[in-house]
Design a protein around this ligand. Structure first.
Ligand SMILES: [Zn+2]
Length: 478
């Protein structure tokens, strides 16, 4: 007897979207068939008529249960929401896998990043999530500051253990100097890992911070003048050039400017394994919105820019230059998120993990006419391919994990806080009109959320061992 059959839904596979039945056994997709051909001999038969059956959302960029810097929070001992709350919200929003971070980022140049081994830091992050997660999870490992030869020597062991991606910043206190960065790129490339890069030009950022402070223009609504278009242009091109020399794949987190989209597109057209991510708040808002009351609540670093940048990001997701959507999930309460008012004190990140899939569905599918196959790519499949989870995750195919989200395209919902499940008291999406919404989320064959009711357990989420396919590191595959 099968564990479950999902009947009559529009099932989205790499080959297209069609009405099919889907059989689930032992947490995996066992079979896909034309409607009516599967036996009804299953523990549960789910009628998905009128629904769209997609691979469960993969959220490639979250910051869960970590300390918020005092300069952003106004006081010490503040943390972003814990795994239990963040992954619960994720499950309600159709997400079945997320990538957070291991290792830590120093909050000042004086504060030295942990000297503990990569494997120990990874283990302690795993322990923070195990037993507290409604989604599967993995981590990009952060390398910060002047990374020691000892740490660089540990990268190979970590990749072998399934730790496929490493994160660096080219600005902020944890900035990696370019010499060290080249050494990291070479080693990660050699070991078959991939780099997740937060790229900004630190000299330009620092110069503009000082200039705006000197001129009395350091209000938060000027953040886009600090974290600027030209900074993204210059830093993306520098990182791409270094990566080309080191023969390493690059995943640019939060592409924010049209210049970034163009730089990624040019690198890809030269055959380089370069991938870009767009955050869903950057697909809606512009820097004009910063000027509204508490307008910097929409802010996530680097900075939300102009309408032409927003429109180019959307175009990039449609034409393939940008590969993934993400949130930079970093949920606090509004006393923290709304506290900082200057270019140095506005809190980064936002309460977003639950809204990415429905907001993207509304914008791209319901309103934008994007194909369902491309939609699956940008919410799940591409992240799985780039970050080493494919085909276990991110695709509806026999043998893959039965991670699914069912979207009802007929649901019309104006988002209010009551619709959301984070440990927070604000959402930048209050008032957003969703056209289509997740109605069921399934993790490895187990129903986690059904019709707005939590069914899963926080013991269900597992850490995922990852390995990026060599092809995805040789040329752009998605
Ligand atoms: Zn981030």
């Amino acid at each position: 007897m099968l564990d479950a059959i999902i009947k009559g839904g529009t099932v989205v596979t790499p080959q297209g979207a069609a009405v099919m039945d889907l059989a689930i056994q032992d947490g995996k997709i066992a079979a896909l068939s034309h409607p009516g051909l599967l036996t009804d001999d299953a523990a549960r038969v789910i009628d998905a008529s009128g629904k769209i059956v997609l691979p469960g959302g993969i959220e490639p960029h979250t910051h869960i249960g970590i300390p918020v810097p005092e300069r952003w929070a106004g006081h010490p001992e503040v943390f972003t929401q814990p795994p239990e709350a963040a992954t619960r919200a994720a499950a309600f929003g159709g997400v079945t896998t997320l990538l957070d971070f291991s290792g830590s980022l120093p909050n000042s140049p004086e504060e030295i990043a942990s000297n503990d081994s990569i494997m120990n830091q990874l283990e302690s992050r795993k322990q923070a999530f195990l037993g507290h997660s409604y989604t599967d999870f993995a981590y990009h490992h952060i390398l910060a500051g002047e990374v020691s030869p000892k740490t660089i020597g540990e990268i190979g062991e970590a990749v072998q253990a399934g730790q496929a991606s490493f994160k660096i910043f080219t600005t902020f206190a944890g900035r990696v100097p370019y010499g060290h960065l080249q050494a990291i790129f070479q080693e990660v490339g050699k070991q078959g890992g991939i780099m997740a890069v937060h790229a900004e030009d630190d000299d330009m950022v620092t110069y503009m911070e000082e200039k705006l402070k000197r001129e009395g223009r350091d209000q938060g609504y000027n953040l886009h003048l600090v974290h600027s278009n030209i900074s993204e242009d210059v830093s993306f091109r520098k990182v791409i050039r270094m990566a080309e020399h080191a023969e390493v794949g690059i995943y640019f987190v939060h592409v924010t400017a049209k210049e970034g989209v163009v730089a990624v597109g040019e690198a890809r057209s030269r055959g380089l394994p370069v991938y870009g991510e767009a955050l869903h708040n950057y697909l809606e808002f512009t820097c004009d919105d910063y000027r509204k009351p508490n307008g910097t609540k929409i802010h996530t670093y680097p900075a939300i820019k102009y309408a032409s940048d927003r429109d180019t990001l959307k175009l990039g997701l449609e034409d393939g230059r940008i590969s993934t959507t993400a949130t930079d999930e970093y949920t606090t309460y509004k006393d923290v998120k709304f506290w900082g008012k200057t270019i140095e004190s506005v809190c980064g990140g936002h309460n977003g993990i639950e809204t990415r899939v429905p907001v993207s569905f509304t914008k791209f599918v319901s309103q934008g006419g994007m194909s369902l196959t491309r939609f699956a790519d940008v919410i799940a499949t591409n992240a799985a391919k780039i970050l080493g989870l494919y085909p276990q995750k991110g695709v509806i195919a026999p043998g893959s994990d039965a991670d699914l989200v069912l979207i009802d395209p007929s649901v019309r919902k104006t988002l209010t806080l009551d619709d959301l499940h984070a440990d927070s008291d604000y959402s930048i999406w209050e008032g957003f009109e969703c056209e289509g919404y997740p109605v069921m989320t399934m993790l490895r064959g187990k129903v986690m959320v059904e019709n707005g009711v939590l069914q899963g357990s926080s013991y269900d989420g597992r850490w995922l061992k990852r390995k990026v396919a060599p092809g995805a590191l040789a040329r752009p595959v998605c």
